[in-house]
Design a binder for this molecule. Structure first.
Ligand SMILES: Cc1cc2nc3c(=O)[nH]c(=O)nc-3n(C[C@H](O)[C@H](O)[C@H](O)COP(=O)(O)O)c2cc1C
Length: 338
């Protein structure tokens, strides 16, 4: 099925995403539950816009040999450094006929089909964490469960499953403390301290990725807590209005912690050209959320894999026009920030 048809088909399986030609946060602004950014939607919109202020430097005189997008997620080889972002809320956010398991299967298996890995999400009930974790486990552990910063009993209930899981790593989206609808449930969402992150790291006994870092200060706290990686993310603009865009803070965060931990980024990345820019600014990889979720709802694992194929072709084309044969060749001098 062609990608255009995949996106069209997704309209049969969810009611909240308008499936716009460009997924930039404008049509859905403020729509939570739904696809939008919080408040005026400015954080989501800015994520998208600021990526396009980064411009590429053409350099086409190069040897006409193979271009490889291969990379590593920690020790695991991937076909491209692009990952499925964790998404949860099939009923509440998407009004979908998919279960969390249907959706996680599509994301995990679709990413694997394309040679890469998906993160999976978490919600109010433990099952919203455990069901996607099972999708990862039945696929040789090739995926990353993402736990929200619950108060201790919520964390312990999830860690029990993670400890005995074959998953590659564990992530924790600490910025979910801004999801107000999870403040009044039992157990409730909390703010995590350095101490809490250290607790999760010790108990999980897996590489730990802290998702939702938007400053050097935050990155250094994650490092101090023993995290192995971070995702520079503002949760797709869903936890606070009027934040900076992720691409605006990426370079300084990479400069501060590069070599000490892995740095991933998400928010508004929609093409291989966009991915190239993040890699040039120092990121080890990019997560893509909403469009990949729509591809999953449109044609399950084949939709996801088709979407990633598009991203890989665009990334290769960008490398071909900027003098890069490998991902390691994608350096800061290949871009200019306007
Ligand atoms: C409907 C929806 C549900 C989400 N659920 C989760 C989640 O369970 N855990 C998480 O860490 N992030 C969650 N996110 C945030 C995404 O992982 C990601 O940070 C964001 O969508 C990236 O931006 P993009 O969609 O512009 O690519 C969710 C985002 C959306 C839109």
């Amino acid at each position: 099925m062609e990608l255009k048809e995949v996106f069209e088909q997704s309209k049969l399986h969810q009611k909240t995403c308008y499936v716009c030609p460009v997924c930039n946060g404008v049509a859905c602004k403020g729509q939570i539950p739904g696809m939008g950014g919080k408040g005026t939607g400015a954080s989501f919109i800015r994520n998208y816009q600021k990526i396009h202020d980064v411009k590429l430097v053409l350099d086409t005189i190069m040897e006409d040999s193979d271009i490889s997008t291969e990379s590593y997620f920690f020790d695991t080889k991937v076909s491209l450094p692009v990952y499925g972002a964790p998404i949860a809320g099939m009923i509440q956010q998407y009004q979908s006929d998919f279960s969390e398991t249907d959706f996680a299967d599509a994301m995990v298996e679709g990413c694997l089909l394309a040679g890469t890995i998906s993160f999976v999400g978490d919600g109010k009930d433990v099952t919203t964490f455990v069901d996607p974790l099972r999708s990862v486990e039945k696929n040789q552990g090739m995926g990353v469960p993402t736990m929200k910063p619950w108060e201790r009993k919520g964390i312990d209930a999830r860690l029990e499953h993670v400890r005995v899981s074959n998953c590659l790593a564990l992530a924790c989206d600490v910025d979910a403390s801004g999801l107000l609808f999870l403040r009044n449930v039992d157990p409730r969402i909390t703010n995590f301290s350095v101490y809490d992150i250290r607790y999760v790291k010790e108990k999980a006994n897996k590489p730990l990725i802290i998702k939702g870092i938007m400053s050097v200060k935050g990155a250094l706290k994650a490092l101090e807590a023993g995290a192995d990686g971070i995702v520079v993310s503002n949760h797709g603009g869903r936890v606070l209005d009027d934040t900076l865009a992720t691409i605006e803070v990426l370079e300084e965060i990479c400069d501060a912690v590069k070599g000490k931990m892995k740095v991933f980024v998400d928010g508004g990345f929609r093409s291989g050209v966009d991915v190239f820019k993040a890699l040039a600014l120092g990121a080890d990889g990019v997560l893509i959320g909403r469009p990949m979720a729509i591809a999953a709802l449109g044609n399950r694992k084949d939709g996801v894999s088709e979407y990633l194929k598009k991203i890989q072709i665009e990334l290769k084309e960008t490398m071909m026009m900027t003098g890069c044969h490998t991902i390691a060749d994608i350096t800061k001098d290949k871009i200019i920030c306007k």
